[in-house]
Design a protein around this ligand. Structure first.
Ligand code: BTN
Length: 263
């Protein structure tokens, strides 16, 4: 069941005003849900507007990419999903644009600079700060909507102790308390702006912003899995469709899904 917006969130959204674009006035807040992506997916199926935002204080079955769990204890992270209904031409770069937007939103709200690891993980140094899960809703007529869910670690309680060496939070990095309402508002404002870039075919702006945030990835050695085998190469670039270009013994390989591991 939805509940009224927490005061910190409501105030920050009001201050962000028209920068929220298509997300203005469309946030539904829940105390606890299984997954905000599931709630947003159900709303999308029943005709909810593009720009509808679902956020929760806690998730009991938060999920990440590649079938992983996303730890989501109460108040420790931001757990948010938005409904988008992109034109087919825009679909391929959604995940890239969202990674850029969440990094820009976190920085605008707190000053913290996060880098991007393909396709859209946010890192500070070698530790993961936030992740994005984009899920398409389809019918026989193709893709009907995309649910974009993002999880941002606000405090260390957001992640289990066993991943503490590989994860971080905004408060750990900054050494101070942050305003989660402001982080959410700035992420939605940045998402509205970057989605606008895609819709108005300014894809080069989005790709350039992604490359700037991922600069330290270029030239690094990585490995990835292909049909049970491990391949290695050196990251070169992303192409105009958001695929990662990696130089390997076989030439330039084009990765369109999955993930790479830094070596
Ligand atoms: C990843 O890095 O693997 C992606 C993590 C995405 C987590 C968010 S939290 C809000 C939304 N609801 C979910 O169940 N997952 C996403």
């Amino acid at each position: 069941m939805t509940t009224s917006l927490p005061d910190d969130v409501r105030d920050a959204l009001l201050r962000a005003g028209d920068r929220l674009g298509l997300f203005a006035g469309r946030l539904q807040w829940y105390q606890e849900v299984a997954s905000t992506n599931d709630v947003a997916g159900r709303l999308a199926e029943t005709g909810a507007d593009e720009g509808t935002v679902v956020a929760a204080d806690a998730q009991t079955s938060g999920r990440g990419r590649l079938g992983r769990q996303w730890s989501s204890p109460p108040g420790a992270g931001l757990y948010t999903s938005v409904i988008l209904r992109p034109a087919p031409a825009v679909l391929g770069l959604i995940t890239i644009a969202v990674g850029v937007a969440i990094a820009e939103g976190c920085q605008a709200a707190t000053g913290l600079h996060a880098t991007l690891k393909w396709p859209n993980d946010l890192y500070v140094g070698a530790r993961k700060l936030a992740g994005v899960l984009a899920e398409a809703g389809t019918s026989d007529r193709g893709i009907r909507h995309v649910i974009v869910g993002f999880g941002i670690n606000l405090v260390p309680a957001a992640y289990p102790a066993e991943v503490a060496a590989r994860a971080t939070s905004i408060e750990v990095e900054l050494g101070r308390v942050v305003d989660r309402g402001l982080v959410l508002a700035e992420c939605l404002a940045a998402l509205s702006s970057r989605y606008g870039d895609l819709c108005e075919r300014r894809t080069e702006h989005v790709l350039a912003a992604w490359r700037r945030r991922a600069a330290e990835t270029f030239g690094r050695s990585v490995e990835w899995d292909v049909s049970g085998a491990v391949r290695r190469g050196v990251v070169d670039d992303i192409d105009g469709e958001g695929a990662l270009l990696v130089r390997s013994a076989r030439g330039t390989e084009r990765l369109i899904a999955g993930e790479v591991r830094w070596l």
